[in-house]
Design a protein around this ligand. Structure first.
Ligand SMILES: Cc1cc2nc3c(=O)[nH]c(=O)nc-3n(C[C@H](O)[C@H](O)[C@H](O)COP(=O)(O)O)c2cc1C
Length: 284
Protein backbone atom coordinates (compact mmCIF):
# COMPACT_ATOMS: atom_id res chain seq x y z
CA UNK A 1 0.00 0.00 0.00
CA UNK A 2 1.29 3.46 -0.89
CA UNK A 3 2.26 5.77 1.93
CA UNK A 4 -0.61 8.02 2.96
CA UNK A 5 -3.35 5.99 1.28
CA UNK A 6 -4.72 4.72 4.58
CA UNK A 7 -5.48 8.31 5.64
CA UNK A 8 -8.05 8.85 2.86
CA UNK A 9 -11.62 8.53 3.97
CA UNK A 10 -13.43 7.92 0.70
CA UNK A 11 -12.78 5.63 -2.22
CA UNK A 12 -14.82 6.06 -5.37
CA UNK A 13 -14.69 3.16 -7.82
CA UNK A 14 -15.71 4.20 -11.32
CA UNK A 15 -16.25 3.01 -14.85
CA UNK A 16 -16.78 5.23 -17.90
CA UNK A 17 -17.16 4.88 -21.65
CA UNK A 18 -17.43 8.51 -22.74
CA UNK A 19 -16.41 10.40 -19.62
CA UNK A 20 -19.72 11.28 -17.95
CA UNK A 21 -19.25 8.94 -15.01
CA UNK A 22 -15.61 9.93 -14.50
CA UNK A 23 -16.53 13.63 -14.53
CA UNK A 24 -19.32 12.87 -12.03
CA UNK A 25 -16.97 10.87 -9.79
CA UNK A 26 -14.43 13.70 -9.83
CA UNK A 27 -16.98 16.36 -8.99
CA UNK A 28 -18.31 14.39 -6.04
CA UNK A 29 -14.77 13.58 -4.89
CA UNK A 30 -13.73 17.24 -5.03
CA UNK A 31 -16.71 18.18 -2.94
CA UNK A 32 -16.10 15.47 -0.34
CA UNK A 33 -12.33 15.97 -0.16
CA UNK A 34 -9.82 13.27 0.86
CA UNK A 35 -11.07 11.06 -1.91
CA UNK A 36 -9.29 8.45 -3.98
CA UNK A 37 -10.64 7.51 -7.42
CA UNK A 38 -10.12 3.93 -8.52
CA UNK A 39 -10.87 2.81 -12.07
CA UNK A 40 -12.66 -0.53 -11.94
CA UNK A 41 -11.18 -1.50 -15.31
CA UNK A 42 -7.69 -1.35 -13.79
CA UNK A 43 -8.47 -3.88 -11.04
CA UNK A 44 -10.72 -6.28 -12.92
CA UNK A 45 -7.94 -8.88 -13.19
CA UNK A 46 -6.93 -8.62 -9.51
CA UNK A 47 -7.53 -11.88 -7.69
CA UNK A 48 -9.75 -12.40 -4.67
CA UNK A 49 -11.99 -9.99 -2.83
CA UNK A 50 -11.61 -6.23 -3.16
CA UNK A 51 -11.28 -4.62 0.26
CA UNK A 52 -11.57 -0.82 0.22
CA UNK A 53 -10.27 -0.32 3.78
CA UNK A 54 -11.99 3.07 4.22
CA UNK A 55 -15.16 4.21 5.94
CA UNK A 56 -16.94 5.60 2.89
CA UNK A 57 -17.16 3.79 -0.44
CA UNK A 58 -18.76 4.98 -3.66
CA UNK A 59 -19.42 3.40 -7.04
CA UNK A 60 -20.02 5.62 -10.08
CA UNK A 61 -20.93 4.17 -13.48
CA UNK A 62 -23.30 4.53 -16.43
CA UNK A 63 -26.68 2.87 -16.86
CA UNK A 64 -26.72 0.19 -19.54
CA UNK A 65 -30.06 -1.29 -20.56
CA UNK A 66 -31.67 -0.23 -17.28
CA UNK A 67 -28.94 -2.09 -15.38
CA UNK A 68 -25.19 -1.61 -14.90
CA UNK A 69 -22.31 -2.60 -17.23
CA UNK A 70 -21.20 -6.23 -16.93
CA UNK A 71 -17.83 -5.17 -15.51
CA UNK A 72 -19.64 -3.31 -12.71
CA UNK A 73 -21.90 -6.22 -11.91
CA UNK A 74 -18.85 -8.50 -11.66
CA UNK A 75 -17.11 -5.93 -9.48
CA UNK A 76 -20.13 -5.64 -7.17
CA UNK A 77 -19.93 -9.41 -6.79
CA UNK A 78 -16.32 -9.15 -5.55
CA UNK A 79 -16.07 -6.08 -3.35
CA UNK A 80 -16.24 -6.60 0.40
CA UNK A 81 -18.20 -3.75 1.99
CA UNK A 82 -18.67 -5.40 5.37
CA UNK A 83 -16.42 -2.93 7.20
CA UNK A 84 -17.55 0.23 5.36
CA UNK A 85 -19.64 2.69 7.35
CA UNK A 86 -21.35 4.31 4.39
CA UNK A 87 -21.80 3.11 0.81
CA UNK A 88 -23.25 5.06 -2.06
CA UNK A 89 -23.66 4.76 -5.81
CA UNK A 90 -24.24 7.29 -8.53
CA UNK A 91 -25.36 6.15 -11.96
CA UNK A 92 -25.23 8.47 -14.94
CA UNK A 93 -27.88 8.00 -17.60
CA UNK A 94 -29.57 9.51 -20.61
CA UNK A 95 -33.06 9.31 -19.13
CA UNK A 96 -33.97 6.33 -16.99
CA UNK A 97 -31.86 4.58 -14.38
CA UNK A 98 -33.26 3.82 -10.94
CA UNK A 99 -33.40 0.09 -11.71
CA UNK A 100 -29.63 0.13 -12.31
CA UNK A 101 -29.19 1.11 -8.66
CA UNK A 102 -31.43 -1.78 -7.65
CA UNK A 103 -29.28 -4.20 -9.71
CA UNK A 104 -26.18 -2.87 -8.00
CA UNK A 105 -27.71 -3.01 -4.53
CA UNK A 106 -28.93 -6.59 -4.97
CA UNK A 107 -25.59 -7.79 -6.33
CA UNK A 108 -23.78 -6.20 -3.38
CA UNK A 109 -26.20 -7.73 -0.85
CA UNK A 110 -25.94 -11.19 -2.41
CA UNK A 111 -22.17 -10.90 -2.38
CA UNK A 112 -21.29 -9.37 0.99
CA UNK A 113 -24.58 -9.02 2.86
CA UNK A 114 -24.41 -5.24 2.69
CA UNK A 115 -25.97 -2.98 0.10
CA UNK A 116 -26.13 0.73 -0.61
CA UNK A 117 -27.02 3.37 1.95
CA UNK A 118 -27.69 5.85 -0.84
CA UNK A 119 -28.19 5.66 -4.57
CA UNK A 120 -28.59 8.49 -7.06
CA UNK A 121 -29.30 8.69 -10.78
CA UNK A 122 -28.08 11.74 -12.69
CA UNK A 123 -29.12 12.69 -16.19
CA UNK A 124 -26.16 13.36 -18.47
CA UNK A 125 -25.80 13.41 -22.27
CA UNK A 126 -26.71 10.12 -23.91
CA UNK A 127 -23.99 8.13 -25.67
CA UNK A 128 -25.98 5.38 -27.38
CA UNK A 129 -26.14 6.53 -31.03
CA UNK A 130 -27.93 3.42 -32.37
CA UNK A 131 -30.98 4.70 -30.52
CA UNK A 132 -30.69 8.48 -30.71
CA UNK A 133 -28.35 11.30 -31.66
CA UNK A 134 -26.25 12.43 -28.71
CA UNK A 135 -27.20 16.01 -27.77
CA UNK A 136 -24.97 18.72 -29.23
CA UNK A 137 -24.17 22.39 -28.59
CA UNK A 138 -26.32 24.32 -26.12
CA UNK A 139 -28.60 21.33 -25.50
CA UNK A 140 -25.61 19.27 -24.39
CA UNK A 141 -24.16 22.11 -22.31
CA UNK A 142 -27.48 22.65 -20.52
CA UNK A 143 -27.68 18.97 -19.57
CA UNK A 144 -24.11 19.15 -18.26
CA UNK A 145 -24.81 22.31 -16.22
CA UNK A 146 -27.90 20.74 -14.68
CA UNK A 147 -25.94 17.57 -13.94
CA UNK A 148 -23.31 19.61 -12.08
CA UNK A 149 -25.99 21.19 -9.90
CA UNK A 150 -27.45 17.77 -9.13
CA UNK A 151 -24.02 16.29 -8.42
CA UNK A 152 -23.28 19.04 -5.92
CA UNK A 153 -26.57 18.32 -4.16
CA UNK A 154 -25.73 14.61 -4.11
CA UNK A 155 -22.26 15.29 -2.70
CA UNK A 156 -23.91 17.36 0.04
CA UNK A 157 -26.16 14.45 0.96
CA UNK A 158 -23.27 12.00 0.92
CA UNK A 159 -21.21 14.36 3.07
CA UNK A 160 -23.99 14.39 5.65
CA UNK A 161 -24.23 10.60 5.53
CA UNK A 162 -27.88 10.72 4.50
CA UNK A 163 -29.76 7.56 3.61
CA UNK A 164 -31.40 8.25 0.27
CA UNK A 165 -32.32 5.24 -1.78
CA UNK A 166 -34.61 5.29 -4.84
CA UNK A 167 -38.00 3.65 -4.53
CA UNK A 168 -39.25 1.00 -6.93
CA UNK A 169 -39.46 2.57 -10.40
CA UNK A 170 -42.02 0.65 -12.47
CA UNK A 171 -41.04 1.77 -16.00
CA UNK A 172 -37.32 1.44 -15.43
CA UNK A 173 -37.84 -1.97 -13.80
CA UNK A 174 -39.97 -3.20 -16.68
CA UNK A 175 -37.31 -2.07 -19.16
CA UNK A 176 -34.74 -3.94 -17.09
CA UNK A 177 -36.79 -7.14 -17.15
CA UNK A 178 -37.24 -6.88 -20.91
CA UNK A 179 -33.68 -6.00 -21.92
CA UNK A 180 -30.99 -6.35 -19.26
CA UNK A 181 -30.64 -10.14 -19.12
CA UNK A 182 -30.29 -10.33 -22.90
CA UNK A 183 -27.79 -7.46 -22.87
CA UNK A 184 -25.56 -9.13 -20.26
CA UNK A 185 -25.64 -12.45 -22.10
CA UNK A 186 -24.68 -10.99 -25.45
CA UNK A 187 -22.57 -7.97 -24.61
CA UNK A 188 -19.12 -9.52 -25.02
CA UNK A 189 -19.75 -10.28 -28.67
CA UNK A 190 -21.76 -7.21 -29.68
CA UNK A 191 -18.45 -5.88 -30.96
CA UNK A 192 -18.88 -8.01 -34.10
CA UNK A 193 -21.17 -5.17 -35.29
CA UNK A 194 -18.32 -2.63 -35.36
CA UNK A 195 -17.20 -1.57 -38.84
CA UNK A 196 -14.14 0.49 -39.80
CA UNK A 197 -14.47 2.84 -42.74
CA UNK A 198 -11.69 3.61 -45.24
CA UNK A 199 -11.04 7.00 -43.67
CA UNK A 200 -9.39 5.28 -40.64
CA UNK A 201 -6.01 6.95 -40.02
CA UNK A 202 -4.57 4.13 -37.82
CA UNK A 203 -4.07 6.60 -34.96
CA UNK A 204 -4.63 4.00 -32.19
CA UNK A 205 -7.12 6.18 -30.31
CA UNK A 206 -9.73 3.39 -30.37
CA UNK A 207 -7.41 0.91 -28.69
CA UNK A 208 -6.05 3.56 -26.30
CA UNK A 209 -9.49 4.43 -24.93
CA UNK A 210 -11.00 0.93 -24.82
CA UNK A 211 -11.44 0.11 -21.11
CA UNK A 212 -11.11 -3.64 -21.61
CA UNK A 213 -8.11 -3.65 -23.96
CA UNK A 214 -10.42 -5.34 -26.46
CA UNK A 215 -9.09 -3.59 -29.58
CA UNK A 216 -5.81 -4.54 -31.28
CA UNK A 217 -4.54 -2.97 -34.48
CA UNK A 218 -3.45 -5.47 -37.11
CA UNK A 219 -1.87 -3.94 -40.18
CA UNK A 220 -2.99 -0.56 -38.86
CA UNK A 221 -6.62 -1.73 -38.76
CA UNK A 222 -8.59 -2.05 -35.50
CA UNK A 223 -9.88 -5.51 -34.62
CA UNK A 224 -12.31 -6.19 -31.76
CA UNK A 225 -11.73 -9.39 -29.79
CA UNK A 226 -15.08 -10.15 -28.16
CA UNK A 227 -14.34 -8.78 -24.73
CA UNK A 228 -16.59 -5.77 -25.20
CA UNK A 229 -18.62 -3.78 -22.64
CA UNK A 230 -20.40 -1.90 -25.46
CA UNK A 231 -19.34 1.39 -23.87
CA UNK A 232 -18.83 2.96 -27.34
CA UNK A 233 -15.61 4.72 -26.29
CA UNK A 234 -13.95 3.56 -29.53
CA UNK A 235 -16.73 4.97 -31.67
CA UNK A 236 -17.07 8.30 -29.85
CA UNK A 237 -13.35 9.08 -29.42
CA UNK A 238 -12.36 8.22 -33.03
CA UNK A 239 -11.17 11.61 -34.36
CA UNK A 240 -12.36 10.94 -37.93
CA UNK A 241 -15.62 9.04 -37.21
CA UNK A 242 -14.26 6.00 -39.04
CA UNK A 243 -15.94 3.58 -36.60
CA UNK A 244 -19.59 2.66 -37.01
CA UNK A 245 -21.78 0.11 -35.25
CA UNK A 246 -23.62 -1.51 -38.11
CA UNK A 247 -25.57 0.99 -40.18
CA UNK A 248 -27.30 2.67 -37.26
CA UNK A 249 -24.60 5.10 -36.16
CA UNK A 250 -23.81 6.86 -39.45
CA UNK A 251 -24.61 10.56 -39.35
CA UNK A 252 -25.69 10.26 -35.74
CA UNK A 253 -23.00 12.53 -34.30
CA UNK A 254 -20.58 11.68 -31.54
CA UNK A 255 -20.24 12.51 -27.85
CA UNK A 256 -17.54 12.63 -25.22
CA UNK A 257 -17.57 14.60 -22.00
CA UNK A 258 -15.71 17.87 -22.69
CA UNK A 259 -13.41 17.52 -19.65
CA UNK A 260 -12.32 13.94 -20.27
CA UNK A 261 -9.27 13.22 -22.40
CA UNK A 262 -7.71 10.21 -24.06
CA UNK A 263 -5.12 10.08 -21.28
CA UNK A 264 -7.91 9.82 -18.69
CA UNK A 265 -9.27 6.85 -20.60
CA UNK A 266 -5.85 5.22 -20.65
CA UNK A 267 -5.47 5.76 -16.92
CA UNK A 268 -8.82 4.02 -16.50
CA UNK A 269 -7.31 0.75 -17.62
CA UNK A 270 -4.14 1.23 -15.59
CA UNK A 271 -1.99 2.64 -18.39
CA UNK A 272 -0.49 5.95 -17.31
CA UNK A 273 1.80 6.59 -20.24
CA UNK A 274 0.93 9.37 -22.62
CA UNK A 275 -0.23 7.81 -25.85
CA UNK A 276 1.21 8.91 -29.17
CA UNK A 277 -2.39 9.31 -30.24
CA UNK A 278 -3.10 11.57 -27.30
CA UNK A 279 -0.23 13.87 -28.09
CA UNK A 280 -1.47 14.23 -31.66
CA UNK A 281 -5.19 14.50 -31.07
CA UNK A 282 -5.89 15.68 -27.62
CA UNK A 283 -3.51 18.22 -26.21
CA UNK A 284 -6.06 20.71 -24.90
C1 LIG B 1 -24.97 0.09 -24.14
C2 LIG B 1 -25.63 1.31 -23.56
C3 LIG B 1 -26.87 1.20 -22.96
C4 LIG B 1 -27.47 2.33 -22.38
N1 LIG B 1 -28.67 2.17 -21.73
C5 LIG B 1 -29.26 3.23 -21.12
C6 LIG B 1 -30.48 3.07 -20.40
O1 LIG B 1 -31.04 1.98 -20.26
N2 LIG B 1 -31.03 4.18 -19.82
C7 LIG B 1 -30.44 5.42 -19.92
O2 LIG B 1 -30.99 6.39 -19.38
N3 LIG B 1 -29.26 5.60 -20.58
C8 LIG B 1 -28.66 4.52 -21.17
N4 LIG B 1 -27.45 4.68 -21.84
C9 LIG B 1 -26.80 6.03 -21.85
C10 LIG B 1 -25.70 6.13 -20.78
O3 LIG B 1 -26.10 5.53 -19.56
C11 LIG B 1 -25.32 7.59 -20.47
O4 LIG B 1 -25.07 8.33 -21.62
C12 LIG B 1 -24.13 7.64 -19.52
O5 LIG B 1 -24.06 8.91 -18.91
C13 LIG B 1 -22.80 7.34 -20.18
O6 LIG B 1 -21.80 7.41 -19.20
P1 LIG B 1 -20.24 7.37 -19.53
O7 LIG B 1 -19.93 8.59 -20.36
O8 LIG B 1 -19.59 7.41 -18.20
O9 LIG B 1 -19.97 6.11 -20.27
C14 LIG B 1 -26.83 3.59 -22.43
C15 LIG B 1 -25.58 3.70 -23.05
C16 LIG B 1 -24.98 2.57 -23.62
C17 LIG B 1 -23.63 2.72 -24.27
Amino acid sequence: MQKGKEKRRTKIYYFTGTGNSLAAARRIGESLGECEHIPIASIKEAEGKIEPGVERVGIVCPVYDAGVPLMIRDFAGRIDLSSAEYCFAVVTMAGMGASALHVLDKTLRDNCGRGLDSGFAVRMPGNFPPLSKPPQGEKRDKILREADVKLDEIAGKIGEGRKDYPAFAPVSSLLKILTYGKFIKGVRSYDSEFIVKDNCISCHVCSDVCPTGNIKLTGGWPKWNHNCELCFACLHFCPVEAIQWGKRTEGRGRYRHPDIRILDMKVQKGDNERAGSELIQDTT
